[in-house]
Design a protein around this ligand. Structure first.
Ligand SMILES: Cc1ncc(COP(=O)(O)O)c(C=O)c1O
Length: 435
């Protein structure tokens, strides 16, 4: 039996790749390519695994928020609501999508390091549950807008705990040299708490952190939890505010290739819970309400992307290129930070993978690659290539570069497929051009 990095992928009697029991070549023919395919059953399983662990360790004193930057679309907000999760949004656009999908504003935390006045106005007038404040200017802007709307806004501060999570430097956000939040070690974090304590229209309820993404070790999370509780005790002692909430962010790694070995969520949640309990006891601090914000680990392993091979270029003694009908416009992650993926020729999924090739996109950039020198079954024009674990930060990072329409997305639930995002048309692409 052939194994893939995605648990719900398999091979059917025709030797074709399946996802959630559905033939992916049939999906490519039915909906055309490039095509994002999401296994909703896996998304639901992941949401519930987080929710059940949080409920188990924190009882009613914890909440899972889906970091919707990983995949912001109406159907996703509906699924996470169905599973009892809240959401984290980072822009007016994500907020708008969440609200349109029927998300309760109280279940929304609004993040972002450079929110505009307009976005803050929208979030405050829509009564989002919490705003995660990034910096002093933003704090003062919120104070002003909340005052003009006659509201008191519950806020948490994004704190840099100074933890190096050993991940790719582009996606490491916890250390002091980062554009996100205020630092603990230079006193900035305490200063902003002092300032907030003097304001009328904000209520500081907590502290927030996020130390990076695609992290496999548990130690950075444990150290971060300890540092954050120490900081909350310092805020109580030196500023006189008792913070009752702690947002631990996301960042849990997923299996992109066979090398990746993610820690089960429950193991991590237990370790962090025990650390928080012990550190609170040390400071005689009440256990805070805990938020977690997984993004990638909820959706990445639930999704794959299907492409059609347009040509195979064998450059003797140099390299084999497999050219596909998508690329960095629907998945910019390899071009951005050399993200690793596993691939398969979907219509030859049972065959040996003894051919090595670089899978290249159709955009006018030499760096438009999906993966270099990967093992594949030898493909030919017209074959369907599947790229695994593309459920996170693919559709949400897609662009119209070269005026390529964004692909459609299909979701599979209980062995049935349905369209959840339509393919963009050329008409969609020129919609905002002024003639
Ligand atoms: C504040 C915050 N929370 C949560 C996440 C989600 O992280 P991940 O997708 O790695 O779980 C991010 C990702 O950038 C983030 O910045």
């Amino acid at each position: 039996m052939k194994q893939f990095v995605m648990e719900s992928a398999g091979v059917n009697k025709q030797g074709r790749l399946t996802l959630g029991g559905v033939d992916t070549v049939y999906l490519a023919e039915k909906y055309s390519t490039p095509l994002y395919v999401m296994d909703e059953d896996v998304v639901i399983k992941n949401c519930l695994a987080y929710k059940n662990s949080i409920d188990k360790f924190y009882g009613g004193r914890g909440k899972v928020l889906f970091a919707s930057k990983a995949l912001s679309a109406v159907f996703m907000y509906k699924i996470v609501k169905e599973c009892g999760l809240g959401v984290d949004v980072v822009s007016g656009g994500e907020l708008y999508t969440a609200l349109k999908a029927g998300t309760n504003p109280a279940d929304i935390c609004f993040h972002g390091n450079s929110k505009s006045e307009q976005e803050l106005f929208e979030a405050i007038s829509q009564n989002v549950g919490r705003i995660i404040v990034d910096n002093k200017e933003e704090l003062l802007r919120i104070e002003k807008i909340a005052g003009s709307l006659n509201k008191k806004v519950k806020i948490l501060f994004r704190i840099k705990p100074g933890v190096d999570a050993h991940t790719h430097q582009f996606i490491m956000t916890g250390q002091i040299d980062s554009k996100f939040g205020v630092a603990m070690e230079n006193g900035e974090a305490l200063d902003i708490m002092r300032l907030a304590a003097t304001l009328q229209n904000v209520e500081v309820v907590g502290a927030d952190c996020h130390i990076g993404s695609q992290i496999f070790e548990v130690l950075p999370f444990k150290v971060t939890a300890e540092k954050m509780i120490d900081f909350m005790a310092q805020v109580r002692d030196e500023v006189g505010i008792t913070l009752s909430e702690l947002n631990l962010g996301g960042g849990f790694g997923i299996k992109y290739t066979e090398k990746d070995d993610p820690v089960p969520y429950e193991e991590y949640i237990k370790l962090v819970h025990d650390t928080i309990r012990d550190t609170c006891a040390k400071h005689n601090l009440e256990l805070p309400f805990i938020y977690m914000e997984p993004g990638r680990s909820i959706v990445a392993s639930a999704g794959l992307t299907l492409y059609t091979v347009s040509a195979v270029k064998e450059i003797k003694d140099v390299r084999n290129y497999v050219l596909i009908d998508g690329g960095m416009c629907d998945n910019p992650r390899y071009a951005l930070y050399k993200s690793e993926y596993s691939l398969c020729v979907a219509n030859k999924a049972a065959e040996n993978t003894d051919y090595v090739a670089t899978v290249a996109g159709k955009c006018c950039e030499s760096g438009d690659l999906i993966q270099e020198d990967v093992p594949l079954t030898k493909p030919c024009a017209g074959d369907t290539v599947a790229v695994f674990a593309t459920g996170a930060y693919n559709y949400s990072m897609a662009s119209n570069y070269n005026r390529n329409p964004r692909p459609a997305m299909v979701a599979i639930r209980g062995g049935k497929d349905r369209l959840v995002i339509k393919r963009e048309t050329y008409e969609d692409i020129i919609r905002n051009d002024v003639f």
